[in-house]
Ligand binder design. Sequence first.
Ligand code: HEC
Length: 253
Amino acid sequence: MIDPSKPDLEESVNVTETHDRVVRGAAAAAREKKLKENGAEPVSLGVMLLCAVPLLSAGWALGNAGSLFSYKATLKDGYVRVIPSDGEATKLPAKSILEVYVSRGEKLYKTKCSGCHGPTGAGDGAQYPSLSGSEWVTGESERLAMIILNGLAGPTSTGKTYGVMPAQGIGMKAEDLAYLMTFVRNAFGNSSGDVVTQEMGTAAFEISGKRAKAGEAVNSAELAADHLKELPGEPADATLMVDPITLEPAEAK
Ligand code: HEC
């Protein structure tokens, strides 16, 4: 008969029992000296309580007293935020129509013209002429519009030929032409002081479309013969105060 507690007959020790003892011992040892990684040690109760103090007081301030995060305490007495239904709250301070056109035109100039004529409009004296002090910029508005919309094949206003300016009117809207023209006529030391209106911008596109050599750059002969005039349209009062977003005249308050 084999004794089940001594499966190995040639062993004098009880294998099953000894094995059990070894396993229990190892488990106990593991329990005794648990290794903790840095930062993973349990937090003591004292520290926990200490941390609870600011949290609880913040909670109290939020809930009961209601003052710490309440606008009631930080706003002045009698302040009432008015949100009128007619959108009045979104209106920006009025500006003169000249100022608004110039600032819109400046953005367009930066993307469309400054690559050649330079950020200060001074050109480079070799390939690109200066727009500062140019008679063709501040003079008759139809001439300037034709140069922008169709480009220019020299000579320029000073008699010098720089090259050929490519047409800039492609993809341009009538109002953009108006903003752009108003800007160059009132920037870089130029000060025509007038506004090229959107109506005039629209007229410029019509005149440009009816040119005999439509699609070709204008030249000084054509400019002198056909376009030495102001664009048709009601001149605007440059000092008119308008809403800078809607361009609606600002009502006197
Ligand atoms: C790709 C380069 C280039 C771009 C972009 C360009 N121009 Fe020109 N522009 C020229 C060149 C070159 C001339 C001179 C053409 C010539 O010699 O016939 C010129 C001439 C002019 C003139 C004539 C100046 C004078 O006194 O005779 C005006 C006005 C003008 N440009 C306005 C503009 C405006 C406004 C824009 C932006 C909408 C613009 N240009 C964009 C190259 C450019």
